[in-house]
Design a binder for this molecule. Structure first.
Ligand code: AHM
Ligand code: MG
Length: 337
């Protein structure tokens, strides 16, 4: 039987016990969760709600936007701009930051999001999600600029994602472990299903897009070759492979039963650090994974230590079960070891 602890009660009790969820942050998390509820309704309607297919526009990275990318972005902006908890927002789907309009009070937080991750899965009815990251606006200047957002991931005040799958589940960290809440559609509320989520340190499952094998750097190729060699190879065990092509779904599986997820740099676009975005995808997922006892690097360093230089910066990503991420990171750091 699931508990009957709602998201609101969870946040209130955390605040009471540890005092680290200020009122503005609690409001922010509740508003994001409410927006995710609305996105989930649109995702569920699919063709019946006329929300599938492309929007006929491109985002700042030159990717074709789906209708649901645009709808989800609008839902998150509308829900968050009036509450007085935010100074500004940044989104994977917007060229520049969205400063809270003057008619509303300005709060002390900055919200970043990938409104609908796994866009290629929208029309084929496979799990997709919303990823978000929360930073504090440092300094007391009145204005907000892009520079205010350029903080390393270790400074995040909270992060989470909502997965729209067979169940709609919100996964959250405020820097004090990871909790999961499933949307109870009859009640319309988020109900706590798991607290103190832990990723096993060892795994026999990896997630990577194998079609890019010929483009990988040698350390990634070595790591995957060794996994594929199975029992007879240097790892002495057989590995299984999964690739959903929705980071939220791959990370959710890893939080549930362990595994390693990799979207490494590759030679297709050598000048780009990777495919995934540091601020909207890698940092929030790294925060969640570390809070669940896992590890997240770009092959060379901890993702959350990277000092961002621009908002839409890309990054190579390796995250999940600690011992596996440590191994593949070691192959990058000392290729001959
Ligand atoms: P998106 O934010 O445009 O949906 O792109 C990010 C997604 C990740 O969710 C997923 O891991 C990756 O892109 C899949 O990429 P690929 O299609 O190259 O395998
Ligand atoms: Mg994405």
């Amino acid at each position: 039987m699931a508990s009957s602890i709602s998201l609101t009660r969870y946040l209130v009790e955390k605040q009471r016990q540890h005092g680290h969820i200020p009122a503005q942050l609690r409001l922010l998390i509740e508003v994001v969760a409410r927006a995710c509820k609305r996105i989930s309704i649109s995702v569920n309607k699919g063709a019946l709600g006329d929300v599938l297919g492309t929007a006929g526009s491109e985002n700042v990275q030159g990717e074709v936007q789906k209708k649901l990318d645009v709808i989800s972005n609008e839902v998150l902006i509308e829900a968050n701009e009036w509450g007085g908890h935010l100074a500004a927002m940044a989104s994977e789907e917007m060229d520049s930051i969205h400063v809270v309009p003057h008619r509303y009070p300005q709060g002390e937080y900055l919200l970043l999001f990938d409104p609908l991750d796994g866009s290629s899965n929208i029309d084929v009815n496979v799990s997709i999600g919303t990823i978000f990251s929360v930073l504090r606006k440092v300094g007391h200047s009145r204005g907000v600029s892009e520079e205010d957002f350029l903080q390393p991931g270790k400074q995040q005040a909270a992060a989470g994602y909502c997965i729209y799958g067979p169940q709609t589940t919100l996964v959250l960290t405020v820097g004090d472990g990871v909790a999961m809440f499933t949307l109870d559609r009859e009640q319309g509320s988020w109900t706590l299903i798991q607290e103190d989520v832990q990723i096993p340190h060892d795994t026999k499952e990896f997630a990577i897009n194998m079609s890019n094998v010929r483009h990988w750097a040698p350390p990634v190729k070595r790591y995957i070759d060794e996994c594929l060699a199975g029992k007879e190879g240097p790892r002495g065990k057989d590995f299984n492979m999964r690739w959903v092509a929705s980071m939220v779904a791959d990370v959710h599986r890893i939080l549930t039963r362990g595994g390693i997820f990799m979207y490494p740099w590759d030679k297709r676009e050598p000048d780009k650090a990777g495919k995934l975005r540091l601020m909207y995808e890698a940092n929030p997922m790294a925060f969640i994974v570390e809070q669940a006892g896992g590890m997240a690097t770009n092959g060379q360093q901890r993702i959350m230590d990277i000092q961002p230089e621009k908002l839409h910066q890309r990054v190579s990503v390796m995250l999940g079960s600690k011992n596996e991420v440590e191994r593949v990171t070691g192959y990058h750091q000392s290729p001959t070891a």
